[in-house]
Ligand binder design. Structure first.
Ligand code: PMP
Length: 377
């Protein structure tokens, strides 16, 4: 059987060994996962796992541990913040970027008091336009992702925070793709709300966190038992949180390893351009995550290319598949000025903690083969 190679870390990273161990430890004890809010000794054991994880997650992003609220992932974190501001400040506008993840844009879509701000052809926020737009309206919140899940382009979030604060608004940043990949400092960047997801850094799926700054607003979406300081009701997912904490610790300690991936990413991009000179590598000239390549071939059908790679044993993505499996044009490429046809042809390759140089060589060999075949048609 052909060796399978996984190059789709921006969709979901494989579980890190330390995370697996943390989860197994909990599920293999006599009671399984504990109720971390119970007062008995089992509960106190569970609480310890949760609090240890909180310290590790806070360290990864330089947040105050007391202000890290565990939840089910980045979709929940984004919805929590957006809904809080849209609902509680109905006379103020919430601004979201045109490249934000659907869990930001769709959470905001149905409300009247939401506006978008644009990006340029490299997917970077147009800061002048943002500043001008903010002058026109009373604004409660500005939301912008830190690094794009599709292109990997990294925004100047400190500047965006300053612009938002200059207008008296707060700043929410979806750092789902950024934490554990480059240095993230919530305090230094002036971020008021920061969204995280465990499975993007090699922790389990279905766990995440929302970190709060000292801005005085405490958004909550779920009410009930009052867990997580009344901000996220529901019995804590102790094993998931412990796995998230272990992954956060390992990611923090191995940030250099992520930086080193850039060498292989650049080698891969050079090869792509040499094999297929008409390929466009998106956001190539701006500050990007070291692990991400998003490229398009004019007039290519990304879905059939994905399948061709899959037959070669290589898992990549087109960055635009929606959860139902149907393919929509990439919202990010559309926001960057591509028409619907060209926005449907992108291929995303994302490397991560277990990637080896031989995986990159296998990708290059597969692309050489696939490209030769499609060029003959
Ligand atoms: N934001 C970004 C930037 C993402 O890439 C994703 C995952 N595709 C999410 C939010 C949603 O994350 P989760 O799967 O944890 O809900």
């Amino acid at each position: 059987m052909k060796k399978r190679i996984y190059l789709d870390y921006n969709a979901s990273a494989p579980l890190r060994p330390s995370a697996r161990e943390a989860i197994n430890d909990i599920y293999s004890n006599e009671t399984g996962a504990y109720n971390a809010s119970a007062v008995h000794s089992y509960g106190r054991d569970g609480r310890k796992h949760v609090e240890d994880a909180r310290l590790n997650v806070a360290k990864l992003i330089n947040a105050d541990p007391n202000m890290v609220i565990f939840n089910s992932g980045a979709t929940e974190g984004n919805n929590t913040v957006l809904h809080h501001f849209i609902r509680n400040f109905p006379h103020d506008v919430v601004f979201v970027s045109t490249i934000d993840h659907p869990s930001v844009r769709d959470a905001a879509d149905i409300f009247k008091n939401v506006r978008t701000f644009p990006v340029d052809k490299n997917g970077m926020v147009d800061l002048d336009t943002l500043e001008k737009e903010l002058k026109i309206y009373p604004v409660s919140l500005v939301s912008c992702m830190y690094a794009s899940n599709e292109t990997g382009a990294i925004q100047d979030v400190s500047k965006i925070a300053r612009i938002a604060h200059g207008k008296g608004a707060l700043f929410h940043c979806d750092a789902t793709q950024t934490a554990g990949r480059i240095h993230v400092d919530m305090k230094e960047s002036g971020i008021d709300f920061l969204t995280l997801s465990s499975h993007k850094i090699g922790g389990p799926q279905g766990v995440g966190a929302l970190a709060l700054g000292l801005c005085g607003q405490s958004p909550a979406l779920l009410f009930g038992g009052g867990q997580e300081k009344q901000l996220r009701s529901g019995t804590e997912n102790v094993a998931g949180i412990a796995g998230f904490g272990a992954a956060a610790k390992e990611a923090y300690e191995h940030l250099n390893h992520y930086q080193a991936l850039q060498k292989w990413r650049d080698k891969m991009e050079e090869a792509i351009l040499s094999i297929s000179p008409e390929a466009i590598i998106h956001a190539k000239d701006v500050n990007r995550l070291p692990n991400t390549t998003f490229f398009s071939l004019p007039n290519a059908n990304s879905q059939s290319l994905l399948m061709a790679f899959d037959l070669e044993g290589i898992a990549i993505s087109n960055g635009s598949a929606c959860s139902s499996g149907s393919v929509k044009p990439s919202q990010t490429l559309m926001a960057m000025g591509y028409d619907e046809k060209n926005a449907s042809g992108g291929l995303r390759i994302s490397l991560g903690w277990a990637t080896k140089e031989e995986d990159i060589d296998a990708f290059i060999a597969a692309w050489t083969k696939i490209y030769q075949r499609i060029s003959k048609k």
